[in-house]
Design a protein around this ligand. Sequence first.
Ligand code: SF4
Length: 242
Amino acid sequence: MTFKQISSQHAHFDRFVVEWTNQHTRQGRSIHCRKGCSGCCHLAVHATFPETISIAANLSVSCKSKLKNYINRLTGILPELRELKDYLKRHRQELGPCPFLGETGECSIYSTRPLSCRALLSTRPAEWCTVDFSELTEWDKQAYKTGMDRQIVAWPTHFVAATQDLGQKLEQDLLDSMRHDLGWSLSGNFAVMVWLEHSLQLSTMATQTEQVHEQLTSSGLGHRFLLDFSSEPTTAPAPIQP
Ligand code: SF4
């Protein structure tokens, strides 16, 4: 899979998002995402490995340093994590924003950001994007649910379902294509995969599935909450969208 294929897939997805958003706003409804609004950049960001390769190859000095700090903080909490919900909560509260978030709330890799970032469109104001629902009162939870259009959102979240569905389908196409070409696929925590590609050059190991697996294990970052490695055989993948 080439960088060109991934960027054309991203472009295809962006066109879908623009068309969907235009149609939505023509109906008098709002999407609250704005430039400089970085609520979702404080969540654990998911990506496929192919999306991270060119980002890892073009890391700025500042991003490299922020990435290293993020990995250090993450490895500090890993041994204490027992459940996925603990990981998501502690990630939100203790790890800080995505290492690629700029000082003024802009994405420093906007044109190459992964599908999962492109797919998250908020139907509610930004403060709802980082809220911890376990800390809300019943009254607040009810207020959150009231007025939510279940035809549009990926219930029980307030994010648009159509963009998330297409984003997940395209991610799956990328992973199927990878497994078909190389014999393995990898997805998971975006920053962790950028770090692994930057420090280990996993992409140069190509079809050496065992070696890739060993490297992931010995990196200390092969935790089940962080990475999903698969070497299951796959049938011929669907062509990547032009
Ligand atoms: S890659 Fe960019 S848009 Fe995605 S979480 Fe990081 S800073 Fe935000």
